[in-house]
Design a protein around this ligand. Structure first.
Ligand code: FES
Length: 125
């Protein structure tokens, strides 16, 4: 690896938060990256329109692990509408940036989350 990750990314990569799956999740999203073939799955638990829990599984690189770990921390406690507005730009700001060739890893976190929310919405219709 030629590029260095910053301290926050390394910390979340070594000690990722909210790894796993939610039993009877309110919504699940799974996406794959066209750029690298890595896969990310996010489960959300919604109560009274608030995302009370988020868990993720990433079959991907360190930046994807760190991105999803930080994303879960940012999303828990948000309303469904707020969470829908969450983008990888918010994530990159929080994370303190990623090397250019690793930006798509943060997009994976955004896409998996959006898909989990859409899955939740399709279920409550
Ligand atoms: Fe594919 Fe990071 S290299 S998710």
């Amino acid at each position: 690896m030629t590029q260095m990750y910053n301290k926050k990314v390394m910390e979340h990569f070594s000690n990722p938060r909210n790894v796993g799956e939610i039993e009877n999740a309110s919504g699940t999203g799974q996406v794959g990256s066209a750029a690298c073939g890595d896969i990310m799955k996010i489960d959300i638990k919604v109560e009274d329109n608030i995302i009370v829990d988020v868990k993720f599984k990433t079959f991907g690189c360190g930046a994807a692990v760190a991105s999803s770990s930080i994303a879960t921390e940012m999303i828990i406690g948000k309303s469904v509408e707020e969470a829908l507005k969450f983008t990888n730009k918010d994530l990159l700001k929080e994370i303190g940036g990623l090397p250019n060739e690793k930006i798509h890893c943060s997009i994976l976190a955004e896409e998996a989350l959006q898909e989990a929310i859409n899955n939740y919405k399709s279920k409550i219709k």
